[in-house]
Write a protein of this length. Structure first.
Length: 355
């Protein structure tokens, strides 16, 4: 056997080092194909996937991500548990993501984990439910005050400014619930002022936090029906709750589901819009998921472009009269937080074009 000299050993060692360094970067991330830009890992944390609207949001994001060849996309479902969501966001940090998309369950508990990611220099897009402060790159969401206001004005007009209303609220520790309530009160007021009807013509006789869930909407509506003989309208902060309320009225067996006006929010084609077509709901207002925008804006951020800090999306009102024509468009009135300046653009990744 030949003796391995010291010089040969050094050469062997150097060759091995070269081999290892060539393997390491491609070991963590898929290698880029010919003609592609750098690969980027986008992580998304969804607060829960038990509701149709969230399933829609996830597929909107995933479908748009497929349009960019360089995106590697990972989704996590926090199953409506804020502690789980906090740790999932932190886990993404250790998995080396280039961008985080998060749709938080609640405002306050998700503020800190999002800040931790952002403070490490990783851009964060917050979807739908807000967090506190400004430690995120971009917020994208519908205008919940506008949606609530339109619901209020529309319900008041159906009732000619007079009647008893049940309000089935969403989770009131999340901003959409707060905004949808405030907007509704504004809408009722505006209607009364514009039409000269009594300011207290529409009375909210019963309200409950139904945490966005259909079964809670059904249960609370059953209590309202048991307590009040005269109910003219139901304003539910989402379509599942509105549907639950309708089922409670139907289940009561007195035919009140035919006289009460039910208004919901979300307007998914296979949920709220379908209910309007079936005559189950009187109206629903679209709550856009922002899924497509999240990916497009995310790619702009990674390319080093400046993006607005706050993007507010418009809505559509669907009623029996307009549902077959695609509803009535109600544009956003501008970003809710127009005071926020965009972040300084980040160093650009060399990304290819949309596939
Ligand atoms: C789904 C949902 C939607 C609602 C949105 C508000 O979790 O409850 O129905 O519009 O969240 O954040």
């Amino acid at each position: 056997m030949r003796k391995v000299t010291c010089g040969r050993r050094v050469r062997l060692f150097l060759w091995m080092m070269l081999l290892v360094s060539a393997v390491i970067p491609t070991g963590c991330r898929k290698a880029k194909k010919e003609g592609e830009g750098e690969r980027v890992l986008i992580g998304m944390s969804q607060c829960n996937l038990a509701e149709p609207w969230r399933v829609q949001m996830n597929s909107d994001v995933a479908d748009q991500a497929k349009k960019y060849r360089e995106i590697e996309f990972k989704q996590k479902d926090a199953q409506n548990d804020v502690i789980v969501q906090q740790s999932q966001v932190r886990e993404f940090l250790t998995q080396g993501i280039d961008l985080l998309i998060v749709s938080p369950k609640e405002t306050v508990p998700m503020t800190r984990p999002v800040k931790e990611v952002y403070d490490k220099g990783i851009p964060v897009i917050v979807l739908d439910r807000e967090i506190q402060g400004t430690r995120f790159t971009c917020f994208i969401g519908g205008d919940n005050v506008l949606i609530g206001r339109e619901a209020g004005k529309y319900l008041a007009s159906l009732l000619n400014g007079q009647g008893n209303v049940v309000e089935l609220m969403g989770l009131m520790t999340s901003q959409p619930g707060v905004d949808r309530h405030e907007g509704f009160i504004q809408g009722l007021k505006e209607y009364a002022q514009e039409r000269g009807t009594p300011a207290d013509g529409i009375k909210i006789i019963f309200s409950a936090d139904c945490q966005w869930l259909e079964e809670n909407g059904r249960r609370e509506m059953a209590s309202a029906l048991a307590r009040f003989e005269k109910i003219d309208g139901v304003y539910a902060h989402n379509d599942p709750q509105a549907h639950g309320a309708y089922l409670a009225a139907k289940g009561e067996g007195r035919g009140r589901e035919k006289t009460i006006k039910f208004i919901g929010i979300d307007a998914l084609p296979h949920e709220g819009v379908m209910y309007v077509k079936q005559g189950v709901l009187t109206a629903t207002l679209e709550y856009p998921t922002g899924g497509k925008q999240a990916i497009d804006i995310g790619m702009k951020i990674l390319r080093g472009e400046e993006v607005p800090k706050w993007i507010t999306l418009g809505t559509r009102l669907f009623t029996k009269e307009n549902v077959d024509k695609g509803g009535l468009e109600i544009p956003a009135k501008g970003p809710k937080r127009a005071d926020l300046k965009p972040d300084k653009p980040r160093p650009s990744k060399k990304l290819g074009k949309e596939a």
